[in-house]
Design a protein around this ligand. Sequence first.
Ligand code: MYA
Length: 636
Amino acid sequence: MMRCSRIFAFVSQRNLALSKVTQRSLLVSSQHQRGKSTVAETAAHDVQPQKESRSFAMGLFCGQINPEQVFPFPNALTTEQREAIEMYIDPVTKFFEEVNDANKNDNMAAIEENTMKGLKEMGAFGLQVSTEHHGLGLTNTQYARIVEIVGEYDLGIGITLGAHQSIGFKGILLFGNPEQKAKYLPKLAVGDEIAAFCLTEPSSGSDASSIRSKAVLSDDGKHYILNGSKIWISNGGIANIFTVFAQTPVTDADGNTTDKITAFIVERSFGGVSSGPPENKMGIKCSNTAEVYFEDVKIPLDNILGEVGEGFKVAMNILNNGRFGMGAALSGTMKGLIKKAADHAANRKQFGDYIHKYGVIQEKIARMAMQQYVSECMAYMLCANMDAGSKEFQIEAAISKIYASEAAWFVADEAIQISGGMGYMRDSGMERVMRDLRIFRIFEGTNDILRLFISLTGLQNAGKHLKELQKAFKNPGGNFGTIMEVVNKRAKRMVGVSSAPSLDQYVHPSLKDSASKTAKAMEDFGFSVEDLLIKHGKNIVEQQFLLWRLAEATIDIYGMVATLSRCSKSLSDGAESADYEANLCKVFVNEASVRVSKNLAYLKSSTEKENCKSMTEVSKSVIERGSVVQQHPLGF
Ligand code: MYA
């Protein structure tokens, strides 16, 4: 009852012309109505996490199932949080449909002034800042639901907002002390000040720890003096608050001084901060990207973010923490593209019938829907776990970012393909989305580096686990249970009997077949990791061809589990879309399990080893020659 009256109040407000509505006050007051403290207190980073759960992906590398993060599919919102966020959906959607013009922003390579104003009024610049600091106090899940809409309509705006709050001032939310939060968050939350994240440098992209910007303590010990330059900084030309990473000399207990990275909050007003012109990019054109230079910038000691020398971890945590937003935003992008493709397929007649009646188009649409579904399952599972207090989610965050950015690329390509010549026209808007999307596989950690990160982080954990097992074997009396479990598993493996953990208890009965395929994939994965570590030991770090394939299997298994979990919930709840979801889930699991087997088989295949060797040789030749090496078939 209460919910209805609130919605009615909201609907009547909706009728006001959006440009005239003080949308932010509408949204903020709705938060207040439904218990400001509830939402604010569950805001992602201003509060202590409630509980710690073990990472599913980390466990996978050790041959263990940590079900608590994945089964059942997490229920991330309280009733109040759900109601609060539902109120945002229509006005935000309406804003993007009626006020913002994504194609115009793209053409202008800037965001229209009234759009910026509207976004600020809506509170879009401080989605996760607590209400105490003038933000909307959204949880990660609530934030995800909003950025999904942004992603559907305008990725350039998504990057402006994301560079500001997902990474630009996220460090203040995560590591800031109360004074830093009180000083900076209120103006950042309402968009009076814009933030940027300054890590990348001309000689330091993926290799983030190799930055050269340097900050040294002033002679009077009151400031750090910062010098250096940063490139490709989103919001770099418009920001006035920067999270900057620089090398600082740190002396250890033995008196040895080495350079270690420290994070700083730098104000443009400190002096010595300047920016280059906006970069001329392929896509996300309306978002500002620029170089930022720091010349003898005096940073007060109060502006050290976290601990001196701990800046690399600050940077990695900010990035880990922001990645779920990409998965959510891109789920929205895919939805938008699928709507366009479905509309075209439903109305376009060729060869005497609507094209959606043809199998070729049906397969495309189904695959687009499937990849969108998997991305959505991963993104919302991840942010729910973050909201529940999980601290160990870096592998899952990397997986979600990789999967969603590649899925979105596929979906954009297929949406254009289904739409034929119409899709190729700029007016369709799909060409812009495709240009916008390309960067998502490159920034916030390239998908290639993140794949290596997934495998190496997982293997490191598995290595530790193996060492513990070795210790246990040395002291069998005290570790009898653990040892028997391992011995049992290995004995079964030797005689070709599966000891795959059953997932039956977690999934809906109609998904049993998918569950056993997933369990088998997980078991094979655990053994493959063990084999890799035994065979290569520490040298596995050098085996990038293998690490890449292992990461592929990890991504697929996480996708299988996330979809199984979500779909089981839908089936158990009797959701209207349950059968549709079951079709998506079954096809995905069937296909992913085949890919997992293939990738794991590659890890020990001699043919694949030969192939990798040949590819190394081909690459060497191309690099030496600076081009392809063979003669032209015509000989000239
Ligand atoms: S911003 C720039 C993005 N740049 C990057 O992402 C850099 C990528 N590089 C790296 O991440 C690191 O350099 C890698 C490690 C991973 C390669 N979590 O020796 P190490 C720990 C936790 O392996 P390295 C942009 O693009 C590790 O365990 N810990 O390090 C703008 C070890 O710890 P310990 C980690 O080989 C985008 C230590 O660090 C992690 O040097 C705009 C050293 O490790 C980790 N991830 O390199 C986006 N990695 O010593 C806008 C390492 O204890 C947002 N460690 O063993 C858009 C959002 C969407 C829209 C929203 C709309 C509102």
